[in-house]
Design a protein around this ligand. Structure first.
Ligand code: N01
Length: 548
């Protein structure tokens, strides 16, 4: 084991592993490497606290769409039993409290360097080491580089002409000011109606003088039915952890509910509507699990889509607004399905208007507000709920170069190429937690993260037990995996939402490639376990020179 020491010659702190990011992934990875394997590891985190995505996403209404009792680590029975969530869906502040509790409970903060932004990570072929440099000029050297930067941490502010001219204030939801934003008496424009915009609009509308929502693509949403958790439910969860986790680990998406094993066409129309109504009343992402073929058959999906569009028409009283909001061009859940608290109801407020950007696109931002082809909207504040340069963006920001000085950005010019979303050809001893090609964002994230971290930890333990100095994904295996990622996506309706960030379509110039693995978490877990059990086929394992 290398000591966490600073070599006076290079002034570079040396560790077994450098982990980048102190969210769910980085915290657990540090726990595994340091507390289980006894290795020296450091987490480099650009924020001044733990939380990762939840450190930055503090926008009004920011709340998790996974149910709280499933949005947590499962690795510690004690942790599961002692932590109590307060609501069905935890808000951003409660999730940060949870992650701080975890960091304190496992004494993790002493090995996290906060306010430390990685600007480059370079693989040194000759020494088989990673050299990591930070914005403040510090350098770190490590055998393993583990990226724990999340999938949705690189804000996408669209390049709309004139933003610099705007005399008001503007904010991106993913980089929200910690002190909050006071909307009182303000005219607010919100661009974006994805999961974030759908959470934010109702809360902003309650405070602002006026909210104008600029919608490019209409979206489905199902009520979250958020509520405080009852004592009975909290106690039930405590008593039934093993069963709940068994369900989560057995499903394709890591949630604590099963997908019903019935087709839309197994039941009469009357029965189907009753089942949709029941799922609507229950609320949440579980709506998607009402029938097994909702995500794979367009004809089946059409029935849910129609039900949800009708709900919009029933809720929104102004027929013109209802028509714009329900004019949805993709199957339900082909984009990440939002859940909401009073989103469509918000459009019944007198102080909320809606602009259809499909009919009247934004031409520019002016000193006074947003100018579409039809009108100029005077605003004091613009909120960009415009999403992220997802999955690859956070990795590119690290300035990673692998073998022979190859930049990750160049290696992935035509789209990301990984083996299992965990390893990248040309980038030895680098592991990507929830990287492109992993189920990650198509799964309840903590479930996906724990599987990755456990696999990486076991892999490093195997390397150290067997004198293996270097592991690197093989190109043919990565190419095959890319084909499998495509195949899995094409077996679903996901590619039918041509503008989704799953495809990279939301960022101009980004190669279009379906990035997450849609084959299901349970299946993926088995594939990864098989690879490990068979001695890591698809990876090249090299012994240390002295052992060769
Ligand atoms: O981002 P999005 P998000 N002009 O990319 C619009 C996770 N999440 O932050 O669809 C006008 O989904 C864009 O329009 P279009 C979750 O995985 C989790 O909402 O490209 N509009 C779209 O309406 C989610 O999927 C939770 O036509 C522009 C919106 O902005 C992911 O984060 C909560 C535009 C972006 O939607 C991202 O969601 C929230 C432009 N130039 C989010 N550019 C929880 O679980 C973009 N748009 C808590």
């Amino acid at each position: 084991m290398l000591d966490a020491a600073t070599s006076s010659a290079s002034q570079s702190a040396t560790f077994d592993a450098v982990i980048v990011g102190a969210g769910f992934s980085g915290l657990y990875q540090l726990h595994c490497l340091r507390n289980r394997l006894g290795l020296s590891a450091v987490v480099l985190e650009m924020a001044d606290g733990v939380g990762g995505t939840w450190y930055w996403n503090r926008y009004p209404g920011a709340r998790c769409d996974s149910e709280s009792h499933s949005y947590c680590y499962g690795f510690s029975k004690e942790l599961l039993e002692e932590w109590e969530w307060s609501e069905r869906y935890p808000d951003h502040a409660e999730i940060r409290r949870y992650l701080n509790h975890v960091a304190d409970r496992f004494d993790l903060k002493r090995d996290i360097r906060f306010n430390t932004r990685v600007v480059s990570a370079r693989y040194d072929d000759a020494a088989n080491l990673w050299h990591v440099a930070t914005a403040s000029g510090e350098t770190f050297t490590a055998t393993y580089l583990i990226t724990a930067v999340g999938c949705l941490s690189s804000a996408n502010v669209p390049n709309i002409p004139g933003l610099a001219d705007f005399k008001g204030r503007w904010y991106h939801t993913g980089e929200w000011p910690h002190e909050g934003v006071d909307f009182t008496g303000k005219r607010v424009g919100q661009i974006g109606t994805g999961s974030t915009g759908i959470q934010a609009a109702p809360v902003i509308a309650e405070q602002a003088a006026h909210l104008t929502v600029f919608q490019r693509t209409a979206n489905y949403s199902v009520p979250a039915r958020n509520a405080p958790l009852t004592r009975e439910f909290v106690d039930y969860v405590k008593r039934n952890h093993p069963e709940i986790r068994e369900t989560m680990l057995g499903t394709p998406n890591g949630h604590p509910f099963v997908i019903e094993n019935r087709s839309v066409f197994d039941v009469s129309e009357e029965e189907r509507l009753a089942l949709y109504e029941e799922a609507w009343e229950k609320g949440g992402l579980q709506f998607r699990a009402t029938f097994r073929d909702l995500t794979t058959s367009k004809a089946a999906n059409d029935t849910a889509a129609e039900f949800l569009k009708n709900k919009i028409r029933q809720i929104v009283k102004d027929p013109a607004k209802a028509a714009i909001l329900s004019d949805i061009d993709h199957p339900y859940a082909a984009k990440r399905p939002p859940i909401d608290t009073d989103y469509f109801e918000t459009f019944n407020r007198d102080n909320v208007s809606l602009v259809d950007l499909r009919k009247t696109p934004i031409e520019r931002i002016t000193e006074r507000g947003i100018k579409t082809t039809d009108a100029e909207y005077e605003l004091d504040i613009i909120v960009f709920a415009t999403g992220f340069d997802a999955m690859t963006g956070p990795l590119f920001r690290l300035g990673i170069t692998g073998r022979d000085g190859l930049a990750l950005r160049d290696a992935w010019q035509a789209g990301p190429e990984t083996y299992l979303g965990l390893g990248v050809p040309g980038f030895p001893n680098m592991f990507t937690i929830t990287g492109p090609g992993s189920p990650s964002v198509l799964c309840n994230m903590p479930v996906a993260i724990e599987q990755h971290v456990d696999w990486i930890t076991d892999c490093i333990a195997h390397m150290r037990a067997n004198g293996i100095a270097c592991i690197e994904a093989e190109r043919p295996a990565a190419l095959q995996w890319s084909d499998e990622v495509d195949r899995a996506a094409n077996a679903t309706l996901l590619p039918l939402a041509g503008h989704s960030w799953y495809l990279g379509a939301n960022v101009p110039g980004k190669p279009r490639r379906f990035m997450p693995y849609a084959g299901g978490m349970a299946h993926y877990r088995q594939l990864c376990a098989d690879v490990a059990a068979k001695g890591y086929p698809g990876f090249v394992l090299e012994r240390a020179l002295a052992d060769a």
